[in-house]
Design a protein around this ligand. Sequence first.
Ligand code: AMP
Length: 112
Amino acid sequence: MKKMDCVFCKIANGEISAEILYQDEEAIAFRDANPRATTHILIIPKKHIPSLAEISEDEIHIAERLIKVAHNIAKEGGIAERGYRLVVNTGKEWGQEIQHLHLHLLSNEELK
Ligand code: AMP
């Protein structure tokens, strides 16, 4: 998939709307359009990285950043204490539909 056709790049640059919960210079977090849990948030890099399998050494800090953002959202939303699930589908065979790296943050509690 080309960057210009990427739906998550379009969310990151404001071409497509999403319920954005957080953003900084490297990352953006928004609610999944088809939630599979009470809380279902996607955390993505603003930079187009197709998947975790294609991240370079120079970009690995971005993966760390995404995990930190996910944890901060859970903590500030009051759901970290009971725990949550982070999922990174990697490759079509393992359920990655959107070819732009993303973490799924899932919880059965609603963010406060
Ligand atoms: P994956 O299967 O891991 O690639 O997950 C892609 C996720 O993106 C799915 O959970 C979709 O519901 C979600 N999704 C697709 N398009 C949008 C969109 N425009 N806004 C928010 N979430 C989306």
